[in-house]
Design a protein around this ligand. Structure first.
Ligand SMILES: Nc1nc2c(c(=O)[nH]1)N[C@H]1C(S)=C(S)[C@@H](COP(=O)(O)O)O[C@H]1N2
Ligand SMILES: [Mo]
Length: 417
């Protein structure tokens, strides 16, 4: 696509918007990437030393309004996770300073001018892309959630944990992400015959690697560069991360430096020893990548008690790795009866959707539950049915219904109903 195919639509150099479809500035303004990779996979410094520890709020301990990530006491500063205080937020977007974090060896400090993304393996023409190259490609912008597959793993505990909704479920955040479609870059390198998987590697000291099927990479995978309008945060993978809509967070490799086209998966640590699902029959499922349909009630919830009988709005979030939320039902009698909640705003695919249910509380003990259904018809399972599918200790992909008990004083507790 060069000048001959450009169509002027008005004076002063305006071009038909069709020009955007062919790849943006990178394609029209002349290919500025296309440095043929002199395949050097020498590890950058950021891979050789542990990175910085979990952030507080924007690196500070506490914001004036008390909003901060939920940060645990950890024996090792660089590995672990902080959580989004979901119960204190409205709407569906997570402010950048409150995005949950999961680092396996800290946050690397990466100079965007020195960072390169290599795409190689079963590629016709392996290429290195600099950050500034990627900025020139046609961008897409999507609102997407990221959920760690270890989120809500505490639901498997023998006794219900008494902790806030964010503490229990806050390995979940949702942002507006802008970046380059991975399929655009794969088009440029040219996929060689036999390529079926892509192995992605981060430039952190964990050298995180995950394999994803090529079908996902070609469908809706993105190289994210912006998070809610700003360059993505260091904690979220600055200068670039892989972002796989609806897929378990672990596979969205941060500080992305390498994508290798392969015939099969790499069977890395994170897809064999970790992030597999032990079934009740003793076998383990690997590559169970898509997150299930799920919802949580955030208000009322543990720590957000009900002051006294009266009118309230039960509110929470629902989402699914398989697309849009179709409906959310709420029960106030422990699952004996259910009714459909209102959805706030449009239900976007692979994004958080807020639900609201009006509630007149008479002051009797009440057990609140929510149950989401997605556009494929999948329904969030009951806890006992979910547990029955798995062997002991399973903590990944927990999407079972959670219950809050409101006692006559209005105190809210986590219960197994
Ligand atoms: N390079 C790299 N990518 C990574 C990780 C990591 O430790 N290193 N953690 C993964 C895990 S387990 C999750 S859940 C998500 C978390 O993304 P976030 O920290 O932006 O919330 O990043 C994934 N990508
Ligand atoms: Mo994770």
């Amino acid at each position: 696509m060069r000048e001959e195919s450009e169509e002027r639509v008005a004076g002063g150099g305006l071009l038909h918007r069709r020009a955007l479809l062919v790849g943006g500035a990178a394609a029209i303004g002349g290919l500025i990437t296309g440095v043929h990779a002199a395949v050097s996979t020498r590890s950058p410094l950021s891979m050789l030393t542990p990175g910085a520890p979990l952030s507080g709020f924007d690196g500070r301990d506490r914001s004036p309004d008390g909003l901060q990530r939920i940060v645990p006491d950890l024996p090792f500063a660089g590995t672990g996770s902080s959580r989004t205080p979901l119960q204190l937020l409205k709407g569906t977007i997570t402010p950048n300073g409150l995005h949950f974090e999961r680092h396996h060896n800290g946050i690397p400090a990466i100079d965007p001018a020195a960072h390169e993304l290599l795409i190689h393996g079963l590629a016709r023409k392996p290429l290195l892309f600099r950050y500034e190259d990627l900025l020139r490609y046609r961008r897409e912008t999507r609102i997407l959630f990221i959920e760690c597959s270890g989120n809500s793993g505490g639901l498997g505990a023998a006794e219900p944990l008494q902790a806030s909704a964010g503490q229990l479920n806050g390995l979940l955040s949702c942002s507006e992400w802008s970046g380059v479609k991975l399929s655009t870059l794969l088009d440029e390198v040219g996929i060689a015959p036999g390529a079926r998987w892509i192995q992605a590697e981060g430039a952190d000291a964990a050298g995180m690697t995950r394999s994803i099927p090529l079908s996902i990479a070609l469908d809706d995978a993105m190289i994210a560069l912006f998070q809610n309008g700003q360059p993505i945060e260091p904690a979220q993978g600055f200068p670039m991360r892989l972002l796989l809509p609806g897929i378990e967070g672990n596979a969205s490799i941060k500080w992305l430096r390498r994508l290798k086209l392969m015939a099969g998966p790499a069977f890395s640590r994170e897809e064999t020893s970790k992030y597999t699902d032990l079934r009740a029959d003793g076998k383990a499922d690997m590559f169970s990548l898509r997150m299930g349909v799920k919802s949580i009630i955030l208000h009322p919830s543990f720590g957000l008690d009900v002051p006294g009988p009266g009118y309230y709005e039960i509110s929470g979030l629902a989402w699914s790795g398989r697309g849009r939320i179709r409906k959310v039902e709420v029960s106030a009698d422990g699952g004996a009866s259910w009714a459909e909640a209102a959805l706030e705003g449009a239900a976007l695919p692979h994004a958080l959707t807020r639900f609201v249910m009006p509630w007149r509380w008479a002051g009797n003990p009440a057990t609140l539950m929510s149950r989401a259904t997605d556009e494929t018809g999948a329904v969030q399972p009951r806890r006992d049915l979910w547990l029955a599918k798995y062997g002991g200790g399973q903590g990944y992909h927990s999407n079972a219904v959670q219950s809050w008990r409101v006692d006559p004083t209005g105190k809210v507790m986590n219960v197994y109903a």
